[in-house]
Design a protein around this ligand. Structure first.
Ligand code: AMP
Ligand code: ZN
Length: 436
């Protein structure tokens, strides 16, 4: 097989062998989970008291779901399945949607996570020959240390730049001829817009790949990053409850994200009825860890919306692919009764060549109706032209958005650099409507 591979035995495993492995690991995971007070109670209520009660992968359906609220309620130790002295690290979620949750790791957990990330990196064609600058936060957020360990294992030269300080990022990229970066898509767009003011042009850099993730983004945004930098950008999906990065990643073919099925069992369910979705039908991603010792999680409801892709990837890996994350079930905005995903708005903006790299969605109440305002930065040169051009662009964007989301927004055009910038996950939505 002529594609870069980290662990051929696992990555090209036959489906039958993979499923046998999944069953063995699911049983071990249930055994491990039964060591925690939380799961002893929860599984006990469902009549599951022994790992042998799981006799086939179909028995997964008899296991109750775990939610983020369960994790919060079990904070800090309720889901710890090993003695504290066996745990060597903990991470908490970023708390984007509320109070944090904690995940503990044993040495083997960290080692296994590192292997998964090394697989992902290698699948994109990156290797020990690359200089890797990790622009995500080092700390409780998993994107920093997660990618760091994986990249070191691959043998890359790692620059642990962490997030922020764009001027320093650019200097590091230039001085060490960074070839691969890891960042949120919004931050990479911001970094590109800052190159000129730093007096650096692309010819002085050696960048060829980016790993982008941690926040929802559209295919258009990926293409925009690729075109602006002249590189290939690979989608990286993960969440701290499932370690962090390394859950699913695109390979060189960039046709969906391979989910490592020896490490995670994936289900896609209708978030309202919890009925299993068919292939290519969008629903909520539910994940079960298959390898974790310190914090095993069974049927964890991620709130992320996506679907299994059908068919086979040309790379030949048997691990099935997830489609790009469409958003979160709790991300969805309801504007005058219409369901809108921020990613749909982003899609329209990024398809419009005049639009710059930053935008903000604001919703407020006007009388009994919701009012949606889309504020977007456009390239500076457009403000020096005549006012008619700006008016045309505003109208064109308003119309394009209306036909995509079925709500007519107020469109505001802003100069580059005037909207708030975030160095981590971008906060794209400001909802000013009163709660009820
Ligand atoms: P955290 O646990 O703080 O790392 O946040 C994880 C969440 O970030 C996931 O549940 C997703 O909602 C989001 N996320 C991570 N990677 C991606 C990605 N590649 N595309 C879309 N959303 C992502
Ligand atoms: Zn592939």
């Amino acid at each position: 097989m002529n594609v870069p591979v980290w662990n051929p035995a696992v990555e090209f495993m036959e489906r039958e062998a993979l499923e046998r492995l999944q069953l063995v690991q699911l049983r071990k995971t249930v055994e491990q989970a039964l060591k925690t007070p939380f799961y002893r109670r929860r599984l006990g209520e469902a009549g599951l008291t022994r790992p042998e009660d799981i006799t086939s992968l179909r028995d997964l359906r008899s296991i109750p779901y775990t939610t983020k609220d369960d994790l919060r309620a079990a904070y800090p130790h309720g889901l710890l399945a090993v003695d504290l002295e066996q745990a060597i690290r903990l991470h908490t979620s970023s708390g984007t949607t509320g109070t944090p949750t904690v995940i503990y790791h044993t040495r083997r957990d960290i080692d296994h996570w590192t292997e998964l990330v090394a697989r992902c990196i290698t699948a994109t064609g990156a290797s020990a020959r690359d200089v890797f600058q990790n622009m995500t936060n080092y700390g409780l957020f998993t994107g920093g240390l997660g990618l760091h360990y994986g990249a070191e294992r691959v043998g890359m030269l790692v620059i642990p730049a962490s997030s922020g300080n764009t001027s320093r990022q650019i200097q590091l990229m230039k001085n060490f001829q960074t070839t691969v970066v890891h960042a949120t898509p919004s931050y990479l767009l911001h970094l590109h817009a800052s190159l000129a003011s730093e007096g650096v042009d692309l010819e002085q850099l050696a960048l060829r790949k980016a790993f982008i993730g941690a926040e929802p983004h559209s295919e258009q945004t990926r293409r925009k990053i690729e075109e602006l930098f002249g590189i290939a950008a690979y989608n990286s999906y993960g969440l701290s409850e499932m370690n962090g990065p390394g859950v699913a990643f695109e390979c060189v073919h960039q046709t969906g994200l391979h989910l490592w099925e020896d490490a995670y069992l994936l289900e896609v369910v209708d978030p309202r009825t919890l009925r299993p979705c068919a292939e290519e039908e969008t629903g909520e991603i539910v994940l079960t860890t298959l390898q974790r010792q310190a914090t095993p999680l069974l049927r964890y409801r991620t709130r992320d919306l996506s679907c299994w892709m059908g068919g086979h990837c040309p790379c030949g890996r048997g691990h099935r692919r997830l489609a790009r994350i469409k958003g979160r079930s709790d991300d969805m905005l309801i504007i005058n009764g219409v369901n809108v995903f921020p990613s749909q708005i982003e899609d329209v903006l990024m398809k419009t060549p005049e639009v710059g790299t930053n935008y903000l969605i604001q919703i407020e109440k006007r009388g009994s109706l919701d009012r949606l305002t889309v504020k977007t930065e456009i390239y500076a040169k457009l403000f020096t032209g005549d006012a008619r051009t700006l008016e045309d662009l505003r109208e064109r964007l308003g119309e394009a958005l209306r036909s995509a989301i079925l709500v007519k927004p107020v469109v505001e055009l802003h100069e580059p650099g005037s909207l708030p910038v975030s160095e981590g996950k971008a906060k794209r939505v400001v909802d000013l409507r009163p709660a009820f």
